[in-house]
Design a protein around this ligand. Structure first.
Ligand SMILES: Nc1ncnc2c1ncn2[C@@H]1O[C@H](COP(=O)(O)OP(=O)(O)O)[C@@H](O)[C@H]1O
Ligand SMILES: CC(=O)OP(=O)(O)O
Ligand SMILES: [Mg+2]
Length: 420
């Protein structure tokens, strides 16, 4: 019987799940075969909407009632998958062999982990450092353990890609004793996406990843930049938590840390959103959920903001370009100017032609330039070269796929996993 892999990506406002079949034979270089893809988006802006695609069949955005958490979304998608008569490989929940869980904060874990009681507990302890991501992911892990009798649950950590960052980059200039005790350092996130990007660009350029230098931008609801040197993370914009660095849909990104004490006197008190599984202060709630594009413009849709119809949209757009450039230029310097590509990925990076245009214009003096036609109409390939002919450096769009990256790892890890 075909081995079914469920790849689950619990984001801050959405759950995306892809279903794969392991390819026949034991060639680890063959990709898993995608059977279907489902997502529930808009968990923070109800009604949530279901999107589904299987081959040529698709549901574009069916409104859902009473779905407000990542766990609700997971259960809804499972029901949808098992009831789809066009997906005979997954009729019973017992058909699922592996569930891959994207876990944003993995602390010091350098690689994936089978989730047993001890790893579950360890991830739970880390949840305070990424309360908006780890807690929902763990709610899905608990539901998977309850519902899927034959599945091995595996955690894939967004932070793992960045364990290569050297000490002088990952260390904060604070009291080292407290930093060590409380594990306060730069971790970095979006690592599944950066692994996918590294692999995709290396294969596009016909270079081994170990020779690849890339400035990668993952720009979605949460946005980050990564300086990839010889295929490994040298630096990234997110920090101890996913709040640092670039602004996002509802996140402030980096601000003066003193700001919060002037914003509210209740900064350190528990937020009303806190639960037994999610410890979150008012400061964290405000900076993670009540800031960013939503607070400035009233919408989280960067596509709408990019139209620049109102003054606030132009302010937000210019601000994002400015903050992104604050990473691209220093990363160019960190790579000594030896840059194989500037990469745009994530919902905004892949779909935001105007943003790409403005960012590349901002680094024109370094030797980047876009082909306007290709930038406006990039097509459907995994990697699209949008640079102008004769540009000194390449600019690429990569359709990143965190679910596929996890499913690929399952195939590579299968032997190790079986032995557990
Ligand atoms: N045409 C567009 N232009 C610019 N941004 C867009 C466009 N369409 C969607 N987006 C942005 O993409 C974001 C979603 O990106 P995605 O990477 O899927 O986010 P998530 O962090 O939830 O995984 C949305 O918040 C939206 O702002
Ligand atoms: C790490 C992170 O911010 O993830 P997302 O963009 O999916 O919210
Ligand atoms: Mg995402």
């Amino acid at each position: 019987m075909a081995e079914i892999i469920l790849s689950i990506n619990a984001g801050s406002s959405s759950v995306k799940i892809s279903v794969y079949r392991a390819p026949d034979g034991s060639n680890a270089n063959t990709d898993p075969i995608q059977l279907a893809e489902a997502s529930v988006e808009g968990l923070t802006a109800p009604p949530a909407k279901l999107k589904y695609s299987r081959g040529d069949y698709s549901i574009k955005g069916q409104e859902l009632d009473n779905i407000s958490s990542q766990e609700d979304a997971f259960r809804t998608i499972l029901t949808h998958l098992t009831q789809d008569s066009g997906l005979p490989e997954l009729t019973n929940l017992s058909d699922i062999h592996y569930t891959c869980h994207r876990v944003v904060h993995g602390g010091d874990y350098p690689s994936s982990q089978v989730i047993d009681a001890a790893t579950y507990h360890h991830i739970e302890e880390l949840s305070d450092l990424a309360p908006l991501h780890n807690a929902p992911a763990l709610s899905i892990v608990r539901a998977s353990s309850d519902l899927l009798p034959n599945a091995t649950n595996i955690a894939y950590f967004d932070s793992a890609f960045h364990t290569s960052m050297p000490a002088h980059i990952r260390t904060y200039p604070i009291d080292p004793t407290i930093a060590r005790k409380n594990k306060l350092r730069k971790y970095g996130f979006h690592g599944l996406s950066y692994s996918f990007i590294t692999q995709a660009v290396a294969s596009h350029l016909g270079k081994p990843p170990s020779e690849l230098n890339v400035i990668a931008l993952h720009l979605g609801s949460g946005a980050s930049a990564c300086c990839i040197k010889r295929g490994k993370s040298l630096d990234t914009s997110m920090g101890l938590t996913p709040l640092a660095g670039l602004p996002g849909a509802t996140r402030s990104g980096s601000i003066d840390p003193s700001l919060m004490f002037h914003f509210t006197h209740d900064a350190g008190k528990p937020s009303r959103a806190a639960t037994a599984h999610m410890h979150i202060t008012q400061a964290e709630e405000i900076l993670n959920k009540k800031s960013g594009w939503k607070s400035l413009t009233g919408t989280t849709d960067f596509g709408a903001i990019s139209k620049g119809e109102r003054e606030v949209d132009e302010l937000a757009f210019d601000m994002f370009v400015d903050r992104v450039l604050n990473y691209v230029a220093p990363y160019f310097v960190k790579l000594g100017g030896e840059v194989d590509a500037l990469v745009f990925a994530g919902g905004i990076g892949e779909r935001g032609a105007r943003l790409r245009g403005a960012v590349v214009e901002g680094v024109k003096c370094l030797g980047f330039e876009l082909d306007k036609g290709k930038n406006e109409r990039p097509g459907d390939d995994v990697v699209t070269d949008i640079s102008a002919e004769g540009a000194k450096f390449k600019a690429l769009i990569v359709k990143t796929d965190e679910q596929l990256q996890m499913a690929r790892s399952v195939l590579l890890d299968r032997d190790r996993l079986e032995k557990k």
